[in-house]
Design a protein around this ligand. Structure first.
Ligand SMILES: NC(=O)c1ccc[n+]([C@@H]2O[C@H](COP(=O)([O-])OP(=O)(O)OC[C@H]3O[C@@H](n4cnc5c(N)ncnc54)[C@H](OP(=O)(O)O)[C@@H]3O)[C@@H](O)[C@H]2O)c1
Length: 327
């Protein structure tokens, strides 16, 4: 199995490359050569840039020998996906399969499975620097449509929800984990019963590797963990892993963003049944949290960004004010 991974050296892609290599695939990486340069010393690296449309190295490599599968982890806008496919075409043909790493953000509203209506695609978004909460999903939907139109049955769309695990620098789970380490009442601007979906990147990696290995097409939600989780349950697992006792106290404060808190819950209730049936593994959430804790401790524990969750002072203020709410 000869696989080309567009990206693969930061977080999600890194887990995918790990799984492909473990599966015995011969993996080639394509990127600008900026991120994770020390990773995967045994793998061939092609240097190019999807922003400037520089795919010369990709075309040259595909000309030498076609790829059985392309896994596109770094495509966000139609222009980038068209560029990669044109580069493969220039080498005299498509790859055997095109696996596009999309997102749950393509969905327009409630609905659990892959037939849930999507947002209107935005093929006009050209610049990744201009992506925001409103354009990210629609731009990805336009990429999905291109891959499906060009590859038909040889197209595979993987739609992850929020991903975590070692190397997750978003720090959403890290905020909760570090807060759980301090124990005691934790102020959270949300209902403790809010559902949470967080997928272990290593499960995602194994799913993509299985889809490549079995040459399977179609769309797949990739959400986790397998066991249902709420914010209160998440705090309990974090406290257990950290060896503390913590209690979630809902507060009426409404910050613009708070890690893992969602105003609408439908996005946290998607079904991974289809992916589970074809290889999505189910790492227990406590295992994911333990792995993130180990990684976080080993990276020198940089301070969380300002405005990311509550500072200890702000939290104490909210708790002292008895600023709680019932929902
Ligand atoms: N994290 C989540 O919770 C989540 C949820 C849903 C979907 N996703 C999807 O997962 C993917 C992102 O994962 P990741 O960033 O962790 O992936 P990754 O593949 O591990 O890292 C990004 C890769 O893209 C390469 N890259 C960046 N800009 C490039 C450019 N202009 N030209 C060529 N290569 C470029 C980087 O290498 P160089 O810097 O060396 O170029 C790096 O290898 C996206 O498709 C995203 O939509 C993530």
């Amino acid at each position: 199995m000869r696989a080309l991974v567009l990206g693969g050296t930061a977080f999600v892609g890194r887990a995918i490359v790990d799984a492909l290599v473990r599966d015995g695939a011969e993996v080639t990486l394509f990127g600008r050569g900026r991120t994770g340069r020390e990773l995967f010393p045994g793998l061939r690296r092609l240097v190019g840039d999807r922003d400037t449309g520089d795919y010369a190295a990709l075309t040259a490599a595909a000309r030498e020998r076609p790829f059985d599968a392309v896994v596109d982890v770094s495509g966000y806008v139609l222009r980038q996906v068209r560029g990669a496919i044109a580069a493969l075409d220039a080498a005299g043909g498509h790859a055997g399969r095109y696996v596009f790493v999309s997102t749950q953000a393509v969905y327009a509203g409630p609905g659990a499975d892959e037939d849930t209506p999507r947002k209107a695609p935005r093929p006009d978004v050209e610049d990744t620097a201009r992506l925001d909460d409103t354009t990210y999903g629609p731009a990805k939907a336009a990429c999905e449509d291109e891959v499906t139109a060009r590859f038909g049955e040889r197209a595979t769309l993987v739609r992850p929800g929020q991903v975590t695990g070692p190397y997750d620098t978003s720090d959403a789970l890290v905020y909760w984990l570090r807060r759980a380490e301090r124990g005691g009442p934790m102020a959270v601007p949300a209902d403790p019963a809010q559902p949470v979906q967080l997928l272990d990147a290593r499960d995602l990696g194994r799913l993509v590797a299985a889809l490549v290995r079995t040459d399977r097409g179609g769309a797949f939600n990739a959400v986790g963990p397998a066991e249902p989780l709420t914010l209160a349950g998440l705090l309990a697992v974090c406290a257990e892993v950290a060896g503390t006792r913590a209690r979630l106290v809902p507060v009426a404060d409404r910050p613009g963003y708070f890690p893992l808190v969602r105003e609408e819950w439908a996005s946290q209730r998607r079904s991974a049944a289809r992916a589970r049936a074809v290889g999505l593994s189910a790492t227990a959430f406590a295992e994911t949290v333990a792995a993130v804790r180990e990684w976080d401790a080993g990276r020198g524990r940089p301070a969380p960004e300002a405005g990311f969750g509550y500072t200890a002072e702000r939290e104490a203020e909210l708790l002292a004010a008895g600023d709680t709410r019932a929902r």
